[in-house]
Design a protein around this ligand. Structure first.
Ligand code: SAM
Length: 221
């Protein structure tokens, strides 16, 4: 029997070819739980751009709530909870949610299995801070506008949205993925349905990844 490590790229290619572009996440997290694969985006720490933005804005979550889209292994959700936010982290992959609960057994975060494209009742317009990191770019470009609209839909009146994503560069093939990096124009798609942009930065080497990262913030007026 071969003991070749399971690769995220191989799983993604197979799932996309089978027309199930989100199916590979749970397979990957399940394999990682058995030590048969590595989760490439597992940083064992909150995203540095989130930490930096929180410090620059003296972010205080007291009496506020937050939600983390595609929360993966929970590091960003835990960070927001540590700032006082009543925090929800959701992910389509049950194995991710199980791993986050396992990693943070005493956590105050509510970790839920949920699909960005079929959000639970009551989540629309319900969160004063929405954090989206690397989930939209992990979905095929054909799903992009639906994904962006769904992220936007979570933001409460006067609430804020913070997006971290790989930045599509001039020489990059937009159709090559995952990840399918976001263009500057695509960031403007978050600024709809009452949300306005409050700042977009392009940061080189922000998390050790090769590409530049967008850090984009919005507020619902
Ligand atoms: C590239 S990972 C990023 C994880 C984490 N946000 C981070 O920055 O490290 C994308 C995450 O989105 C989740 N995901 C993909 N499609 C989703 C969907 N439709 N609804 C909810 N989560 C989804 C995946 O399971 C995975 O955990």
């Amino acid at each position: 029997m071969s003991s070749r490590p399971i690769s995220a790229n191989g799983l993604a290619a197979d799932a996309i070819a089978a027309g199930e572009p989100t199916a590979w996440f749970d397979t990957l997290y399940s394999a990682a739980a058995r030590d048969e694969a590595q989760v490439p985006w597992d940083r064992h720490a909150p995203h540095p751009l989130l930490v930096q933005w929180a410090a620059e804005h003296a972010l205080d979550g007291s009496a506020r709530n937050a939600i983390v889209v595609g929360c993966g292994l929970g590091e960003d959700a835990e960070f927001l909870a540590s700032l006082g936010f009543a925090t929800t982290g959701f992910d389509i992959a049950p194995a991710a949610v199980a791993a986050a609960r396992d990693r943070f057994p005493s956590s105050p975060v509510s970790y839920d299995v949920a699909d960005l494209f079929d959000l639970p009742d009551g989540w629309a317009g319900a969160y004063s801070l929405v954090f989206e990191s690397l989930t939209v770019q992990s979905l095929p470009r054909t799903l992009r506008m639906r994904a962006i609209a769904a992220v936007r839909s979570l933001v409460a009146p006067a609430g804020r949205l913070l997006v971290v994503s790989g930045a599509l560069g001039d020489g990059d093939d937009p159709d090559e993925g995952p990840p399918w990096l976001l263009s500057r124009a695509e960031l403007d798609e978050f600024a709809a349905d009452g949300l306005v942009s409050t700042g977009i930065d392009c940061v080189p080497g922000a998390d050790g990844g090769g590409s530049h990262r967008w850090l984009a913030a919005y507020v619902r007026g």
